[in-house]
Design a protein around this ligand. Structure first.
Ligand code: 5GP
Length: 114
């Protein structure tokens, strides 16, 4: 069996995290190195390495991550807006190869990103 990803270990409660939401498809927890006052990672339970590995069967799961992001943003009081980001691959700044949607908010976010 393939070794678990870091985020599978968090989902399986083998590594602690500040979990804010979970359901049968995904788990959401606070980033260990937050880049804004709210910085939450929303992670599918399925260990898809990068966006390039998505298949049509993942459509519902990925759509679900955005619906969860919207609900968490409301829970966090981000009424002035927020950003959702998937980093993909080296140039995209991805460091954990188990896809995750970043939810960032609580301050104005610059554009373009660095
Ligand atoms: P990426 O760079 O792959 O888009 O994002 C990975 C994110 O995971 C980073 O923002 C990083 O701070 C976060 N991260 C890495 N290791 C851990 C961990 O053990 N726990 C939590 N909560 N976040 C982590």
């Amino acid at each position: 069996m393939a070794e678990k990803t870091l985020f599978q270990k968090i989902a399986d409660k083998e590594i602690p995290a500040d979990i804010v939401y979970e359901d049968d498809q995904c788990i959401a927890f606070r980033d260990i190195n937050p880049q804004a006052s709210t910085h939450i990672l929303i992670v599918p339970r399925k260990p898809i390495p990068t966006l390039n590995d998505l298949t049509p069967e993942d459509k519902t799961t990925v759509g679900h991550l955005f619906l969860v992001a919207k609900d968490i943003a409301a829970q966090e009081g981000l009424s002035n807006g927020y950003r959702t980001v998937f980093n993909c691959g080296e140039d995209g700044g991805q460091t954990v190869y188990h896809i995750h949607l970043h939810l960032l908010g609580g301050r104005p976010l610059a554009w373009p990103p660095g």
